[in-house]
Write a protein that binds this ligand. Structure first.
Ligand code: HEC
Ligand code: HEC
Ligand code: HEC
Length: 407
């Protein structure tokens, strides 16, 4: 087919297509309503799966895997059995450091988080008739040289090094072979990394994690094996293996803030997002424009034919929801896109703008306006941009192929 003809006529087809597809839908403005099932779908499903079994779409790209809520097993708990509501609440609010379990405190309010706690507990009957009680954690004694020396001795004698390694780097003799109860291999914590413990990184947190263990993993519950003083000694010693001075003492205080600040604070502009996606505005780190491979609204619509290599992005938001998409843009877990974008990641601002654009695809009226604008103002820029897109994509594809062959 004649390419020039294609470029010129596509906007016209596009406009016709849009009006056919979207004008009738203008009425049906969506209000998602935030029931707990809806919240779960919007924010959790992409990883934890429809059935709560940890088999969401993104699961195959993650390590550790998202929790399987149907198993009734939890890692982080202040009890010797099941987690309390507060324990689960805290995980959802603050996330799990060192994993892709996000902190939701910016996205959800307290009530929404509580309703999600109830929702995920319903995936199993393990909680039926149970009221798990937290262990009591005494006040920590002051950190002294004697206590640290005692901790060091107990660390060796107590066999922590078999898994965590003598220097605490998580490289003990059994480290390679450990598996969790969900059947995945698991690494012991590396104590030389400060502040990333799942159960919290204050001395009281370590005391707790150590006494009750990390559920579903080989990390034992030491319970009453050691005296209280010895427990504190081990907790202080474990923390001293990193150079962090973090020995505050309250689980739930805000200063052990794990997550990075959310992108909510950055202003998102769907117009900038559109320009980035189309290649009208280049990505700061040199990533190729999305339209090099993807189309938006069907092949014949926006920007006279996006690339045929990737799926159409129009329903990306519907498919992955906002949270899934924002994680997607941050991690780019796909085999074709990953090699292109990992060395040239989108900046936080760019992710925000692109996200806003992909979301706007779900609001037909906005799309109409956006599209009309694009078609009238940008046709020429897009044509020029497209040439760049094709070039960049070709080089990118070659590089991507090479990367893949290397693996
Ligand atoms: C981007 C993927 C992702 C999303 C989205 C996500 N999670 Fe997770 N979640 C994880 C991963 C990965 C783990 C397991 C971490 C580990 O094993 O250390 C996890 C673990 C958990 C745990 C288990 C904690 C424990 O003690 O075992 C809870 C509870 C949880 N998530 C709740 C939620 C809820 C509720 C949502 C939605 C509001 C959500 N998650 C969204 C990835 C995700
Ligand atoms: C059989 C192997 C094994 C032994 C022995 C062991 N651990 Fe662990 N430990 C683990 C694993 C595995 C993890 C990581 C769990 C995870 O990431 O989900 C862990 C995690 C931890 C954590 C971090 C918890 C968190 O919140 O992330 C602490 C603290 C800890 N261990 C302390 C100790 C101490 C102190 C000893 C010795 C008294 C010890 N462990 C002995 C396997 C072991
Ligand atoms: C080199 C071509 C290429 C470029 C450039 C590219 N993608 Fe992709 N994308 C793909 C392919 C191919 C897939 C399908 C999964 C795979 O095979 O990796 C995909 C999948 C996706 C998906 C999942 C869609 C679905 O329905 O499953 C989203 C969302 C996405 N890309 C967004 C983007 C965004 C946003 C950009 C620009 C920042 C972009 N892509 C740039 C090739 C590309």
């Amino acid at each position: 087919m004649n390419i020039r003809h294609c470029f010129l006529s596509a906007p016209v087809y596009g406009l016709i297509l849009f009006s056919l597809l979207y004008v009738p839908k203008l009425e049906s403005a969506t209000d998602p309503g935030r029931s707990r099932a809806t919240l779960y779908k919007e924010y959790c499903l992409v990883c934890h799966g429809d059935k709560g079994d940890g088999n969401g779409f993104a699961a195959k790209f993650l390590d550790p895997k998202p929790r399987d809520f149907t198993s009734g097993k939890y890692k982080i708990r202040s009890t010797t059995s099941l987690p309390t509501d507060d324990d689960i609440n805290r995980v959802i609010t603050k996330g799990i450091p060192g994993t892709l379990m996000p902190a939701f405190k910016q996205d959800l309010d307290e009530q929404e988080i509580s309703s999600l706690v109830a929702h995920i507990k319903d995936f199993t009957d393990a909680f039926d008739g149970e009221t798990p009680e937290p262990i009591t954690i005494p006040n920590p004694p002051p950190k002294t040289e004697e206590l640290l020396a005692m901790g060091e001795r107990l660390y060796v004698d107590g066999g922590c090094g078999t898994c965590h390694g003598q220097s605490g780097k998580g490289d003990g003799p059994s480290a390679e072979t450990l598996q969790d109860e969900w059947g995945y291999s698991i690494r012991p914590y590396d104590f030389t990394i400060p502040g990333r413990m799942k159960g919290g990184s204050t001395v009281s947190d370590v005391y707790r994690s150590f006494v009750v263990g990390i559920g579903g993993t080989p990390m034992p519950a030491y319970g009453e094996i050691f005296t209280e003083e010895e427990n504190w000694a081990l907790a202080y010693y474990a923390l001293s293996l990193s150079d962090s001075d973090d020995d505050g003492d309250d689980w739930g205080e805000d200063d052990d803030d794990w997550g990075e600040e959310s992108s909510e604070t950055v202003e998102r502009d769907s117009n900038i997002g559109r320009d980035l996606v189309m290649g009208v505005k280049p990505f700061e780190n040199g990533g190729p424009p999305c339209m090099g491979c993807h189309s938006v609204m069907g092949e014949k619509a926006i920007a006279s034919g996006g690339g045929p290599w990737g799926p159409d992005l129009t329903i990306a938001h519907q498919k992955f929801k906002e949270y899934g998409l924002s994680i997607f843009l941050e991690t780019i877990p796909f085999p074709t896109m990953g090699p292109l974008y990992h060395p040239r990641p989108l900046t936080e601002e760019e992710r925000g703008h692109v996200l806003a654009f992909l979301i706007s695809m779900q609001q037909p009226d906005e799309v109409q306006v956006v599209t009309a604008k694009v078609l009238s103002h940008y046709t020429l820029t897009i044509l020029i941009g497209l040439l760049g897109v094709v070039l960049l994509t070709l080089t990118g594809l070659i590089a991507g192929k090479k990367n893949m062959e290397l693996k």
